[in-house]
Design a protein around this ligand. Structure first.
Ligand code: SF4
Length: 240
C-alpha cells in the first residue's frame, strides 16, 4: 500500500502534455523553501491505496493523455521514499500504455535503476550546488543525490532539470557555474528550468506550527531568474 497526500488532475507543468500528478506522502529532506511541508510526515497523508487502485483512478484520464501526449507524474513529498509502491505503480502504468514521469529531489531509497527503467521522464530538482549549501538548505547529505544522479545516467529516460532560485542563497553566477558542472555530469538533458522562489506556501507553516526559516527572504525577481536561466542554457549549449 502507498501513502498519498493528494491527486491533481489536469496538471500542465510537471511533465509533457496533460498529467495526473500523484503527490506521495513523506519526505526525508527539509528544504527551507518547501511549499508542501504537509507532505513531510510519513504518518500523514489523506489516503492509503494499492498500486492497482491508483492505476484505476489514473486510467480514466487516458483519453486526455492520448490527445496531449501526457500521462502520470509521481511527485511529492518524495516518491522515492516509497520505492516498492512506486515501482509497482510505474510497472502497471507501463503495462497499460501510460506515460510516466518522476518528479524528485533524487533523495530516497530503493533500487533507483529499476525504478528509472519504468520512468519515461525524470524531473530532477537540484536543490543546491555544493555539499555545505545542500546540507544547510535541505538538511540532507548530497551524496545520496549523487547516487541517484549516477542511476539517471545509466537509465534511458528523458531528463528535465529544475532548480529553485532563492535570493541571497543561490542567485549568483558562481552558483550557476557550479550548477552547470553538475548538469554536465549527466547525459543530454531535454529541459532546464529555474523556478523563482515564491512565498505562497508560507501560511502552511503557521498552521502546522513549524518555523519558516526563510521568513525574511523576499520572492525571487522573475526577470532576474530568467536571466540566470538563459545564462545556464547558453553555457550548456555552447559547451556541450
Ligand atoms: S524534497 Fe520537495 S517535498 Fe521534500 S522538503 Fe524538499 S521541496 Fe519539500
Amino acid at each position: 500500500m502507498g501513502k498519498i497526500h493528494s491527486i491533481e488532475t489536469m496538471g500542465l507543468v510537471d511533465g509533457p502534455g496533460i498529467r495526473v500528478v500523484v503527490f506521495f506522502q513523506g519526505c526525508k529532506l527539509r528544504c527551507a523553501f518547501c511549499h508542501n511541508p504537509d507532505t513531510w510526515n510519513f504518518s500523514g497523508g489523506s489516503m492509503e491505496i494499492s498500486p492497482i487502485e491508483l492505476l484505476n483512478r489514473v486510467k480514466k484520464f487516458k483519453p486526455y493523455f492520448k490527445a496531449s501526449g501526457g500521462g502520470v507524474t509521481c511527485s511529492g513529498g518524495e516518491p522515492l521514499m516509497q520505492p516498492e509502491f512506486l515501482l509497482g505503480f510505474l510497472k502497471l502504468c507501463k503495462e497499460n500504455g501510460i506515460n510516466t514521469a518522476l518528479d524528485t529531489a533524487g533523495f530516497g531509497q530503493g533500487d533507483y535503476e529499476e525504478i528509472l527503467s519504468y520512468t519515461d521522464t525524470v524531473i530532477l530538482d537540484i536543490k543546491h550546488v555544493n555539499e555545505n549549501g545542500y546540507k544547510t538548505l535541505t538538511g540532507g547529505d548530497m551524496g545520496e543525490f549523487y547516487k541517484f544522479l549516477q542511476a539517471v545516467n545509466k537509465a534511458k529516460c528523458k531528463i528535465w532539470i529544475r532548480h529553485v532560485m532563492v535570493p541571497g542563497i543561490t542567485d549568483d553566477y558562481e552558483a550557476m557555474d557550479d550548477l552547470v558542472k553538475i548538469i554536465k555530469r549527466l547525459r543530454s538533458i531535454e529541459k532546464f528550468e529555474i523556478l523563482p522562489y515564491h512565498t505562497l506556501g508560507n501560511t502552511k507553516y503557521d498552521k502546522l506550527g513549524i518555523q519558516y526559516r526563510l521568513k525574511d527572504i523576499p520572492p525571487m525577481d522573475k526577470e532576474v531568474a530568467l536571466k540566470f536561466q538563459d545564462y545556464v542554457k547558453d553555457l550548456l549549449k555552447n559547451n556541450p
